[in-house]
Ligand binder design. Structure first.
Ligand code: AMP
Ligand code: MG
Length: 345
């Protein structure tokens, strides 16, 4: 199929109007959000939702997030709205927070991958909200990449993975946050982080008190262990190179990465280091790119996936620095460790 392309700035209304019609009619539209690009379909149409799984090659036991443009639409999609969910949506919607709770009968099983819960979020992006309004239905959307690849943070990334496979791509420039939304479960009266993101644990706790962290956020599932969130089971966010994470204090990390670099290069493998402003001086004479500032982890989140894609084919091994797992550092470490298949030194 020929994929239609719209620029969200120059052709804003045309893109969202046509895109909304395509979604209502059962087609697929990629669109920008503040986190990463989404691949959207009519969230109330099981057959349309199945096309998302086909286009991405996504395992069909991995459920999708429903995107809405009005807070009041949530009650149509859930059995009821727990008090903590109300508090969280008043504080953080529109924004990078996805909430999981018991689904209503309106939500097709294809969206929730057969679970009795469904994930919902209201994105903070003008184009995304206009598209949802134009569609007139909740939009089911995972990230608009081929399954297993790094999430797309620009329309060029979406074109790389999806051109010719979907109906429309709306280009809204680069995504501000660059990692997917925070996913929390509201089940059992508790708030549990299933995936860290732009709304941090600290921010959630300031609104609802103690928030727990699913152990699978920073460690691989044990063999046979059930995944609290199906996405945790899969290799994720991975570039075509081997990714290795150096841990410890910044100076120790650099020493470990340099030792690994020299060992691998001596063995005939090409390496690149994902350095930071604070640590670049350690890597003189080595091949490195600066991907952001350690003191400002959101800058690292913003560029991690784009740098994975930009360095595809340039190195056999990508050597990365661990960050403390607080604030946005938690989301960064979750994505990095998954990209590395939890390989640390
Ligand atoms: P993606 O849209 O590709 O960013 O992935 C959505 C993430 O939300 C995946 O990790 C899913 O496993 C998770 N998710 C979606 N729905 C649910 C649900 N009902 N229960 C638990 N996790 C969910
Ligand atoms: Mg994804």
């Amino acid at each position: 199929m020929d994929t239609l392309y719209f620029n969200a700035v120059k052709q804003s209304e045309a893109g969202t109007k046509l895109g909304g019609g395509v979604i209502r009619a059962g087609g697929l539209v990629a669109f920008p959000t503040e986190t990463v690009y989404g691949l959207g379909a009519n969230g109330l149409d099981g057959a349309a939702v199945n096309r998302i799984f086909e286009a991405k090659g996504r395992p069909n036991d991995n459920p999708l997030i429903l995107h809405i443009a009005k807070k009041s639409d949530l009650k149509e999609l859930w059995k009821s709205v727990p008090e903590k969910a109300r508090l969280l949506m008043d504080e953080f919607w529109p924004g990078p927070l996805t909430m999981v709770y018991l689904k209503s009968s309106r939500v097709p099983g294809e969206v929730s991958a057969g679970l009795d819960t469904v994930a919902v979020r209201m994105p903070a992006n003008r184009t995304a909200l206009a598209l949802i309004r134009a569609a007139g239905v909740p939009i089911a959307a995972p990230s608009a990449n081929l399954s297993g690849k790094p999430s797309p943070t620009s329309a060029e990334h979406v074109i790389e993975d999806m051109d010719g496979k979907i109906d429309v791509i709306i280009d809204g420039g680069s995504c501000a946050i660059g990692v997917e939304s925070t996913v929390v479960s509201l089940m059992g009266g508790e708030v549990t982080i299933l995936r860290p993101g732009g709304i941090t644990r600290e921010m959630l706790e300031a609104v609802v008190g103690p928030v727990s962290l699913s152990p699978a956020v920073l460690a691989p599932l044990k063999q046979g262990e059930a995944a609290p969130s199906p996405g945790m089971k899969y290799k994720h966010y991975a570039p075509d190179a081997e990714v290795i994470v150096g841990t410890g204090a910044p100076g120790d990390i650099a020493a470990k990465l340099i030792a690994e670099y020299e060992k691998r290069e001596a063995g005939g493998q090409s390496c690149i280091i994902f350095a930071t402003e604070e640590t670049r001086r350690f890597y003189k004479g080595k091949r490195y790119v600066i991907i952001g500032e350690r003191k400002n982890p959101i800058t690292l989140c913003e560029s991690l996936f784009a740098q994975f894609r930009a360095n595809e084919g340039r190195a056999d091994v990508i050597l990365c620095e661990a960050l403390p797992e607080a604030d946005m550092g938690l989301a960064y470490m979750n994505r990095l460790l998954r990209s590395a298949g939890f390989k640390t030194i």
